[in-house]
Design a protein around this ligand. Structure first.
Ligand code: DGJ
Length: 720
């Protein structure tokens, strides 16, 4: 039973895997968080307020206690989990326990992406109702625990059961107290072209904030944060992770109080969010996914990978091998016509590629990024036989056909904008700030959502389309809806996300056989929210293999390889100017959803041969990379060498990938210690060499690499 109530300690213990999370309702009806960590029995912990309070202090008890739902007004001075301004103009909230319900399974969140359970045995949920009597605000805190991993999810539902309007100013999906503060923080930082680089820093007395106010989770800070013990590393020690299932602006922080207690908070970003709750109205927060590992950062990542691959991603492609693709973007940019595309597709067919993706530039008058977003009508000058004709020819070559869209945007130079100039986010009387010559459609408006659903659906039914790349190439500015009243203007960004999620739900449900890949200028919206609708995301616009080592390694802290698009592109690389060997480019891309992004017609015969073998290699390992347990072994953030491995669930198949960026003169061969094997099994390499699992894990495999930009791929199969 993953959720147990212990009457004498008044605690709920949520347990699964090796983890427990303990909640308590104190004598005054306030909800406390007593514990999150390695598994403990129900009733093992009880609440003693004096454990938290210093012997003598100027501070009020409310600033010291381990609240699960801290609120303003009686001495809590941090970020409130629920902050409201009431009709009287004050922001005091006093949440007291009303009732508890334990449910089997895991309820979904209306209108929002969330992890799910496929049957009642996989998870249990605890719904706790608290109420602020004076205002009539009710808060339902929903916790779920997954039985196998002990992952806890948490979200809040606010309801105005009073008679006067309330304004929500703070809404946290998670607010978790930690007894100690001698911890490090791990998060994923970046920028366009270098997203999700691993940062580890000491938790200090200053608040550490990662956030986005851009209306997208963004390239800069991924909505993920972990605390860990000082001596914890990839393989051992405790990590507590928090990942937010949301694709819009967010704020996460770690703060240490006067007494050395830390608190991790995650939720809406108040800079760009407030919400008016009229009597009878309700609001649900995004879901926070809390994972604990006492087996290092790899252990934490493996929890997230399994959950996000199998119980966040959905649809007919969730458990299927992903096709090897060719995308024409870096090969042609806007300079293509049907003949040129078919030339590339013909070469692709010869190489064994399975999916041809037509990127930006097929619609309206789009020969540059200056116009036509919103006019989702094929350009007959480029495609004389239309999309239907092109798709038919591609299918005749034995390839599937994929198409790029950027549905959330409008170019000022477009028929859509000329017909509906008010459909973009804007503020009356102010400049509409353009980025990449485009504006953001106001997806908070239902007529805009309806337009998008029908425009995209029309295209998808007019031609045979097997794959869609859903792009989004700028962040929000003047992020206000023209149709919301002044007191609701700051709801725009969240209403936009709810509108986007509705559009995505409708389109992906209507076209269940299409494989959808999300993208935002590369990895500007690589988040769990998008993965709920689309099982894969374009990792980055940076296709340089050396940069990709860091990109894919960093991304793997939270996201599975099955979620990462990884393509071989031309050299000199278009983002860095670097020339990396074709073999290494292919070997790096092997660890994601493999594809090419170059003009295949320009390849030399030798490159064609290497590419053919890369395609074969990718096909032969793609199920292992999609479903295997991923191990980070050597970090590209720490030296010239990188190593990672995939181990099949039955531990029989192993793929080890080793890379060196620059060669080091007079250096000894590397010794790579594998992980997650059966120590008593014999693992055989393709060349017939055999090793004991214990040898590979304890002694390590000796690997020689020669030259700059070199890579080695090892495939082991075990027998006992
Ligand atoms: C940004 C994407 O990340 C690229 O892959 C490409 O699709 C361009 N947009 C097209 O405009």
């Amino acid at each position: 039973m993953p959720i147990q109530y212990h009457a004498s300690t008044k605690t709920w213990t949520l347990s699964g895997g090796h983890t427990s999370y303990v909640l308590h309702c104190d004598s005054e009806g306030r909800l406390m968080n007593l514990y999150w960590g390695s598994k403990i029995p129900a009733g093992a912990i009880s609440f003693h307020p004096e454990d938290y309070a210093p012997v003598a202090s100027f501070d009020l008890p409310a600033s010291i206690l381990p609240f699960e739902l801290p609120v303003n007004g009686s001495g809590w001075y941090g970020t409130p989990a629920v902050g409201i301004t009431n009709a009287a103009g004050d922001d005091v909230v006093d949440l007291r326990f009303v009732s508890a319900k334990v449910l089997s399974g895991k309820p979904g969140l209306p209108g929002l992406p969330a992890t799910y359970a496929e049957n009642a045995e996989e998870a249990d949920s605890l719904s706790l109702l608290l109420k602020d009597e004076l205002t009539g605000l009710s808060v339902t805190a929903l916790f779920s625990v997954f039985a196998d991993s002990g992952i806890i999810t948490r979200s809040l539902k606010l309801e105005n059961q009073g008679n006067s309007p309330l304004t929500v100013t703070s809404l946290l999906s998670a607010s978790v107290p930690f007894w100690q503060s001698d911890l490090d923080v791990v998060h994923l930082k970046g920028a366009w072209g270098r997203e999700r680089q691993i940062v580890r820093t000491s938790l200090s007395r200053n608040e550490l904030v990662i956030a986005s106010a851009r209306g997208a989770s963004g390239h800069e800070d991924n909505p993920f944060l972990a605390l860990c013990e000082k001596n914890a590393n990839e393989f051992s020690g405790s990590f507590w992770g928090c990942s937010l299932v949301y694709s819009g602006s967010f704020r996460m922080s770690c703060r240490v109080d006067n007494f050395g207690h830390a608190r991790l908070s995650a939720g809406m970003n108040p800079e760009v969010f407030s919400w008016k709750l009229d009597p009878g109205e309700s609001l649900v927060s995004p879901e926070a996914v809390l994972a604990f590992s006492d087996e290092g950062l790899n252990g934490l990542s493996q929890h997230y990978h399994r959950l996000y691959r199998t119980r966040l991603a959905r649809g007919s492609w969730r458990d299927r091998s992903r096709p090897v693709l060719i995308n024409n973007w870096e090969g042609t940019y806007f300079d293509f016509d049907e003949e040129r595309l078919l030339g590339i597709a013909e070469k692709a067919a010869v190489l064994g590629i399975e999916l041809f993706v037509l990127d930006d530039g097929w619609f309206g008058r789009r020969n540059s990024d200056h116009c036509s977003l919103g006019d989702w009508i094929e350009n007959r000058e480029k495609l004389p036989n239309g999309l239907a004709g092109l798709s038919e020819r591609i299918h005749q070559l034995g390839l599937m056909f994929g198409l790029w869209f950027e549905p959330e945007m409008v170019s000022p130079d477009s028929d859509l904008y000329r017909a509906h100039p008010d459909w973009c986010l804007h503020v009356q009387g102010r400049t509409r700030t353009e980025a990449r010559s485009q504006l953001v459609l106001d997806l908070s408006r239902s007529e805009v959502q309806e337009y998008l659903i029908s425009a995209i659906s029309d295209v998808l039914t007019s031609a045979s389309v097997d794959y869609v790349k859903w792009d989004m190439n700028r962040n929000m500015t003047e992020s206000f809806s023209a149709v919301l009243p002044p007191e609701r203007k700051k709801e725009t960004q969240h209403r936009y996300m709810l509108g986007l999620y509705r559009v995505l739900e409708t389109i992906t449900t209507a076209f269940p056989e299409i494989l959808f890949e999300s993208c935002s200028g590369g990895g500007g919206r690589f988040d769990p929210g998008m993965l709920f609708y689309m099982p894969q995301t374009w990792t980055s616009d940076n296709t340089d293999a050396v940069e990709r080592l860091r990109l894919q390694y960093g991304t793997s802290v939270v996201y599975p390889a099955s979620a990462m698009g990884a393509h071989v592109s031309a050299v000199p690389n278009h983002q860095t100017g670097r020339c990396v060997s074709l073999r290494m480019r292919g070997d790096v891309a092997l660890s994601g959803n493999f594809g090419f992004e170059l003009d295949l017609t320009k390849m030399t015969p030798e490159e064609v041969e290497i590419s053919r073998s890369l395609v074969d290699q990718a096909k032969s390992v793609r199920d292992l990379t999609r479903t295997g347990t991923f191990w980070r072994l050597l970090s590209p953030f720490e030296g010239q060498e990188t190593a990672w491995a995939f181990v099949s669930e039955d531990q029989q198949d192993v793929l080890l990938c080793v890379f060196r960026v620059l060669s080091v003169p007079n250096s000894a061969p590397l010794r790579i210690h594998l992980r997650g094997l059966r120590s008593d099994w014999i693992y055989r390499l393709e060349n017939g060499a055999e090793y004991h699992g214990s040898f590979l894990m304890n002694h390590g495999l000796t690997v020689s690499l020669c030259g700059d930009f070199s890579s080695r791929i090892f495939r082991f199969h075990a027998y006992d």
